[in-house]
Design a protein around this ligand. Structure first.
Ligand SMILES: [Zn+2]
Length: 230
């Protein structure tokens, strides 16, 4: 399959490189602030409970989940899951992550529109991510431009999903930092540490979108080339 290795492949490599850099940045930032303990000695789990209750949310369960940085909020189950390394930790990094997940629970509670839109677009984005590549490959092999264009259209759903993820993630972090500051959970220097961890995490979503846009560009180039060849 010659187009796997043609010149447009450089776009895929570039995207992967940006994602790897963002992910490295998260690990190293987390490592740094994972050793910075908050002066009040609060655990991430206690802070999560305090934030949820403070926002009038009493029906969200807090659980632990295996893995590292696997923390998430599940709107469907109304469960906030903190990874084992975060749950009992008193580091400002762990507090920041827990507060961020609370931010998602609050978004869900107040009906934050981008979160609704994001949840609604999950099935289409998942389907798009499975179907786009076969459509493009068969479109190019068989010389059906329409098929390749349909593949690009399906890939647009994936890009849209990543785009709508950005306001959801940035907003959750903004809410987190605001609450941590207003409720006096973290103090100045601690707060700036938590902020750095959350900013690094947010950059991974920006990197993912950037690499998908490069992939989109590549698909358009490939489809046009297939067009010209016939
Ligand atoms: Zn998030």
């Amino acid at each position: 399959m010659y187009w796997f290795w043609d010149s447009t492949y450089i776009l895929v490599v570039l995207g992967a490189l940006v994602c790897a850099l963002a992910s490295f940045n998260v690990s190293s930032t987390y490592k740094k602030y994972g050793n910075f303990l908050n002066s009040r000695g609060l655990t991430a789990e206690a802070v999560a409970k305090q934030i949820l209750n403070g926002a009038g949310i009493f029906d969200v369960k807090i659980e632990t989940v295996k893995g590292s940085l696997t923390d998430h909020y599940s709107p469907k189950e109304k469960v906030l899951r903190l990874s084992q390394t975060i749950y009992g930790s008193t580091s400002v990094a762990a507090i920041g992550v827990a507060a961020h997940e609370c931010g998602h629970a609050i978004q869900h509670n107040v009906g934050y529109f981008p979160l609704k839109l994001r949840s609604a677009s999950v099935p289409l984005a998942n389907f798009g991510s499975i179907i786009y590549w076969p459509l493009i490959i068969f479109g190019l092999i068989l010389g059906y431009t329409g098929l390749a264009q349909a593949g690009i259209l399906f890939f647009l759903f994936v890009v849209f999903f990543q785009l709508i993820t950005l306001p959801v993630e940035f907003n959750a972090s903004r809410r987190a930092i605001q609450i941590l500051s207003e409720e006096g959970i973290l103090f100045d220097e601690e707060l700036s540490g938590a902020k750095k961890v959350l900013s690094a995490a947010a950059m991974t979503y920006v990197a993912a979108l950037f690499s998908s846009i490069l992939q989109l560009l590549r698909l358009v180039l490939l489809a046009n080339r297939g067009n010209r060849r016939r």
